[in-house]
Design a protein around this ligand. Sequence first.
Ligand SMILES: [Zn+2]
Length: 262
Amino acid sequence: MTTPRLAAVALVWAGAACAVSQQQEVQLGAETAAQVEQQLPLVRDGQVNSYITSLGRSLARVADTRGLTWHFKVVDSKEVNAFAIPGGWVYVNRGLIERVQNMSQLAGVLGHEIAHVTLRHSVQQMQQMQGAGAGVTVLCTLTKVCQSGAGQTAINVGGSALFAKFSRSDENEADAEGVRTTVRAGIDPRGIPEMFGILLSERQRNPNALESFFATHPLEQDRIATTQALIATFPASQLRGLRRDATAFQSFRSRLRSLPSR
Ligand SMILES: [Zn+2]
């Protein structure tokens, strides 16, 4: 049971009023991450965790001006999804990584999720839910992940599972920030529109696999065009020098594919 933990989280929020300090955000994030990790299966492999952490932190280092401690983990689920928790926790599903073709595409996903934290979309969303009396919740839709596992894996906070959907403007902001972050980290931002293309074509082929992702990250063709237009504002000479793939990424993906499925 997670009731004692929930009581602690509720207390944090009761004192939070309108403005959430960084300390409160991190404390809330840590509590929420602990609940998520009790209930979602994580890939617990040293090589996989070390790579996602190092790629994620290379992006967070150039995106975050608040000096948060960032945590990046792989969820052992075939569903395509990624989500972030306030305070610096980012989770990417195995099913998403297995569809990625090169390092820049995964970096784009991480850059986008990092932006939901740095732009404080995530914490604002939690505040809105708190204000509505909904209690603490986990960000982004995990319902499908939960349903696909054992019955007790449902993320169920305060008696009802509540999942948030980011607005289109939050998504556009996170995309733009994701583009800038990858460029600053020396990684090719064209991985972002490429990833959208992969997801959209996958949705046509196999809608169920992406249901939870699309429930929280509204994605239409215009996000491809919008990010491509932003990328076109960078000098071609700058884009040419950016990294698109890495041997370490390909080893990471092969390692992940070699691990037994749940
Ligand atoms: Zn998003």
